[in-house]
Design a protein. Sequence first.
Length: 262
Amino acid sequence: MTRAPLAADLVDHAVDLLVGSACLGCGSRGRLVCRRCLGTLPAEPVPARPSPAPPGLAPAWAAGEYDGLLRRLVIDHKEESRYGLGRPLGRLLARAVGAAAGGEGRVLLVPVPSRPGVVRSRGDDPTRRLVRVAAREATRHGLSARVLPLLRSHRGVLDQSGLDAAARARNLEGSLWVPSRVLVGAARAARSGLGTGAGAVRVVLCDDVLTTGATAREAQRALAAVGVELSGIAVVGAVRRRHDPAAPGASRGVFAACPGTG
């Protein structure tokens, strides 16, 4: 056994002794995701588009399909407050960000905000945390990325779980907005904090899961209302609509979304 795997195994055993955690993929004691299971996660981002897609939806990229281990990680990170998953999920999101931004240049990452009640009950916004990690990772790989939390969510939005595409769109209509004070502050930050390189600044909307595209489209509408145009959408996982892959119009690597938990 080489030194690197041995060191990793020792760390895993130490973590297990301290907190009693186990890998969500294989159940081995130690880290929440062991190195072997990390190696099974998607390596390259893919285009993701709901079917049917909301009219005018910006191009979207996903780190992978919202299924299996990836789905388990997203759910446990968000619902079980397993913050240790933020780093591997943020790295996956960074790959989707790179694809949505074209792989180079200056990028503003706009997180989709959680509902106010959810943030209060959890004491945290898990999506924003993922986006912060993604910004750091994207910057390490050649982008000049910065998180810009422009969007705010109105009260009264229902839980999306169980709603079909039409119901989601109705539920979210007019639910997101950009306060003027936030927009002014963001403009100042963009002018002063994104480096000195030339070229246009790309704006990428970030979320954990793309389902029907209703949330992303509402966010896109709210940003467009204040003059902010999206270059693309980046998510950790995209839900695949259950369909025959051999059916006309099916395309490898493109996710057709269906109602789910995202």
